[in-house]
Design a protein around this ligand. Structure first.
Ligand SMILES: C[S@@+](CC[C@H](N)C(=O)[O-])C[C@H]1O[C@@H](n2cnc3c(N)ncnc32)[C@H](O)[C@@H]1O
Length: 391
C-alpha cells in the first residue's frame, strides 16, 4: 500500500525546504540494516519524515521504470500503475502533433512522454494528491495543464483522449472491463466520435467489448505490458491487431494483421521459436512466421519452427525429438548428461516444476525441453538454447 500522502505533504515536498530535506534524506542508505537509525535521524531533523523517506525510496525504485523520476513525487500505487517511459513514449509518438487530454493522468507518466511531442497536453484525474504530484512533476513543461476532473464527464473538446483505467477492483486485479476504474464501457460511452486511445491489461476480455478499431499489444524487454485500444481515426488503415515489441537495448519491432500470413505446412525444421508474448496475444503468430520464413509446429499451437534462427531472437536448436512420456524424458536426460533444464510447455497438460522434480536432471549439460502437441500426439523436443539478441 505504501504511505498515504496528503496535499500538505505534497506542498512541503515541492517547497524549497522540502527539496533540501529530500536531498539530505537521499544521502542516507535506508537499508534494512540502517533503516531504524536513519528514520530516527529524519524524524529529529525534519517535518513530514514519513513522506520524505517514502519519496526517496520510491524515487530509487522508480529509476528503471520512469526515466524522469529522479525528482518526481509519487505514491507507491501510482508507481506500480505508471506506464513505463519507453511504452509511454511509443504511444506518444503515435500522437505527435495532436493536442491530447489524458483523462486518468495520475502522477503524469504519460504526460511526460506527450509533452515533448504534442503542442498542448491536458491531464486530469479525480485523485487530488496525485494531481498535485503531476503538477510538480510536469512543472517545467509550459504546454501541460493538470486539472481535477472526472473522466466520465468530458471537460475538453477537439483533443485526442487517452485513458488508463485502474485495473484493480476491491484490491484484486480484474479482467472485466466493467470493473475497471473508471469502468471501460462508461468511459467509451462518454467520448462518442472522439479519437481515443485506452490502455488496458493485456489479459482483458476484449471479446466482451466488440472493439472495431485497433488493438495493439505491447511488450517491453520480453514482458507483455499492455493492450492499447485505438479508435479507427487513430489506427492505421486496414489494421485491427498490432504487436509492438519494445526493448531497452534494441530497436522496436512492429507487426500487424495487414502483414502477409501465408506459411507452409512442413515437418519441424532445425529450430523451435517461442514468439514474443505480444505476438502471441495479438494473434499474429502466422504473420511473424511469414516475416521470418518460419512455420508452425502445429496449426493450433503458437510454437514456430524453421531452418534458421531469425537474427535478434532466442531460439532452440532441436537435438532430439520423441513422443512425450515421463520415462522417455528421464532416459534421454540421463543419456545426455543433462543438468540445468528449462522446460517450455504449450498445448499439453504438464506442470514443468513437478516434471523437473520427477525427472531429476543431475548432470552437467544445460538443455531446454519443449513439450507440445503435434496433431494429437504429445511430443517432446530436447533442445539447446541459443540467444542471438544483442544485449
Ligand atoms: C492506472 S492509473 C493511471 C496511470 C497513468 N496512466 C500513468 O502512467 O501514470 C488510473 C488513474 O485513474 C484515476 N481515476 C479513477 N477513476 C477516475 C475517474 N472517474 N476520473 C478520472 N480519473 C480516475 C485514478 O485516480 C488513477 O490515478
Amino acid at each position: 500500500m505504501g504511505y498515504g500522502f496528503s496535499r500538505r505533504d505534497v506542498a512541503y515536498l515541492g517547497s524549497a525546504a522540502g527539496r533540501g530535506a529530500l536531498a539530505e534524506v537521499d544521502r542516507l542508505a535506508l537499508t534494512p540494516q540502517t533503516y531504524v537509525r536513519d528514520l530516527e535521524r529524519v524524524r529529529r531533523d525534519h517535518a513530514h519524515p514519513a513522506a520524505l523517506v517514502e519519496t526517496v525510496q520510491l524515487r530509487r525504485r522508480a529509476v528503471t521504470k520512469l526515466s524522469e523520476a529522479r525528482h518526481w513525487l509519487l505514491t507507491d500505487d501510482a508507481l506500480q500503475q505508471a506506464t513505463p517511459s519507453l511504452v509511454a513514449r511509443h504511444r506518444a509518438a503515435r500522437l505527435a502533433g495532436r493536442a491530447v487530454h489524458d483523462v486518468t493522468c495520475s502522477v503524469g507518466a504519460e504526460l511526460a512522454a506527450l509533452a515533448p511531442v504534442c503542442p498542448a497536453v491536458l491531464g486530469s484525474d479525480v485523485d487530488d494528491v496525485r494531481l498535485a504530484m503531476a503538477a510538480h512533476n510536469l512543472a517545467e513543461h509550459a504546454n501541460v495543464l493538470p486539472i481535477e476532473a472526472d473522466a466520465l464527464v468530458p471537460v475538453s473538446a477537439g483533443t485526442v483522449v487517452i485513458a488508463d483505467p485502474a485495473r484493480r477492483a476491491d484490491g484484486r486485479r480484474t479482467r472485466d472491463p466493467a470493473k475497471l476504474r473508471p469502468p471501460l464501457p462508461d468511459l467509451l460511452a462518454a467520448y462518442p466520435g472522439r479519437d481515443l486511445a485506452v490502455k488496458c491489461a493485456p489479459g482483458l476480455d476484449f471479446d466482451r467489448l466488440g472493439w472495431s478499431g485497433e488493438i495493439e499489444v505491447v511488450s517491453l524487454d520480453g514482458v507483455v505490458r499492455e493492450a492499447c485500444l485505438w479508435t479507427c481515426g487513430l489506427a492505421e488503415h486496414g489494421v485491427t491487431r498490432r504487436a509492438t515489441i519494445l526493448s531497452s537495448t534494441r530497436r522496436p519491432v512492429t507487426l500487424t494483421d495487414a502483414d502477409p500470413q501465408d506459411i507452409p505446412r512442413r515437418a519441424p525444421g532445425a529450430w523451435i521459436l517461442d514468439p514474443d508474448g505480444a505476438v502471441v496475444r495479438a494473434g499474429l503468430v502466422r504473420h511473424y512466421a511469414a516475416r521470418h520464413g518460419l512455420w508452425q509446429l502445429d496449426p493450433r499451437i503458437a510454437y514456430l519452427t524453421g531452418d534458421e534462427l531469425p537474427a535478434g531472437t532466442r531460439g532452440f536448436r532441436i537435438v532430439e525429438r520423441f513422443d512425450y512420456r515421463e520415462k522417455s524424458v528421464r532416459a534421454e536426460l540421463r543419456r545426455r548428461d543433462c543438468g540445468p533444464l528449462e522446460i517450455l510447455v504449450r498445448g499439453v497438460d504438464v506442470d514443468p516444476d513437478r516434471l523437473r522434480r520427477s525427472v531429476k536432471p543431475v548432470g552437467s549439460q544445460p538443455f531446454t525441453l519443449v513439450l507440445t502437441r503435434i496433431g494429437s500426439t504429445p511430443t517432446a523436443f530436447l533442445c539447446t538454447a541459443v540467444d542471438s539478441r544483442v544485449l
